[in-house]
Design a protein around this ligand. Structure first.
Ligand code: RIB
Length: 321
């Protein structure tokens, strides 16, 4: 099979230029925080997913918007180097590229200020291009999407993909923009605990809250519900069963982009025909690797690193989980 006809990850959503610093404490209103280790990186959920997919060896196409400024190069250069197809990233004239300002305290728990900029600015031409790309994607490709772009665009991408019978995976950020009734046939969803509670309309407390939300989401027809847990790992709900997959042991340096690593790795594993449980273990391992390094894309692991980290998860879920 030539690379052009090989099933691919189509990653639709945000593309950002990330500006990241390390601070001694979390951000507080009304205070100037001293920081160091300033980095300019490529970022954004869809960009991170595509980058991770390439790092794991899967063909990947990124679909999204950048501005006509110098930040577009910052956002796209790492993707270009990774071998991601960026020919369907279009430029919003007169707009800035999306920007994320990221502060990471010693706990590794990042805070992000996001200006969506070009991500929010789609026109008819860009939408038509998105439709053509999904219509022309090789058989067996998979759409991975977020909602940090206009909901109408994400929904168009979804309906074209479903019309073709492609499997769709949703990272439900921004959860408030999502109406699940408009996404019939959604295969997998990867919310964090808060997003899951919002989507399901349940409380968000602990693993029990996640179980409840997962059941509600599954009742809406989603086959694979993978709720990313605050300390890593996930709660997988599939075929009426809850399975808790913990995180492999790791030192948390920086949580930026760890959720995107989870979603990207889950999608790659599913694309390769692995079952949901195996894919969830692989995704938890990828996310654990991602938090152990500084920055999102620069910290993303190779396939060997993920497979090694996943070895200790083969005993999960335990009967008591
Ligand atoms: O999910 C993390 C990504 O989204 C970062 O790369 C940053 O751009 C944020 O907005």
């Amino acid at each position: 099979m030539s690379i052009e006809s090989h099933p691919r990850i189509l990653s639709l959503g945000t593309i950002n230029a990330d500006f990241q610093v390390r601070a001694e404490e979390p951000l507080t209103a009304g205070k100037t925080l001293r920081a160091r280790d300033f980095l300019r990186l490529g970022g954004g959920k869809a960009a991170n997913v595509a980058f991770l997919a390439r790092r794991l060896g899967a063909p990947a196409t990124l679909i999204g918007r950048v501005g006509d400024d110098d930040l577009a190069a910052q956002a796209l250069q790492p993707l270009r180097e990774s071998g991601t197809d960026i020919s369907n990233v279009t430029t919003a004239a007169g707009m800035s590229t999306g920007v994320s300002m990221i502060t990471v305290p010693p706990s590794g728990e990042k805070s992000i200020v996001l200006a969506g900029n070009a991500n929010d600015s789609w026109n008819v031409e860009a939408e038509e291009r998105l439709v053509r790309e999904i219509e022309a994607a090789p058989e067996g490709s998979m759409l991975v999407m977020d909602f940090e772009i206009p909901a109408a665009i994400a929904e168009t991408g979804f309906s074209v993909a479903r019309r073709r019978g492609l499997v769709c995976v949703l990272d439900p950020s921004f959860a408030g923009r999502i109406d699940l009734k408009r996404l019939p046939g959604l295969y997998a969803v990867t919310p964090n605990a808060k997003e899951a509670a919002l989507l399901a309309g349940t409380g968000s407390n602990g693993i029990e809250g996640a179980r409840k939300a997962a059941r509600v989401l599954a009742e809406q027809g989603i086959k694979v519900v993978c709720i990313k847990l605050p300390r890593g790992g996930c709660l997988l709900h599939h075929k009426g069963q809850d399975m808790h997959i913990p995180s492999p042991p790791t030192k948390v340096v920086d949580t930026t982009g760890a959720g995107d690593a989870f979603t990207g790795a889950l999608a790659v594993a599913l694309l390769e025909g692995r079952g949901p449980l195996d894919a969830a273990r692989f995704a938890s391992a990828a996310s654990a690797c991602a938090v152990s390094g500084w920055g999102s894309q620069p910290a993303y692991p190779t396939r060997d690193e993920v497979e090694n980290a996943a070895l200790c998860l083969s005993a999960y879920p335990k009967r008591t989980d």
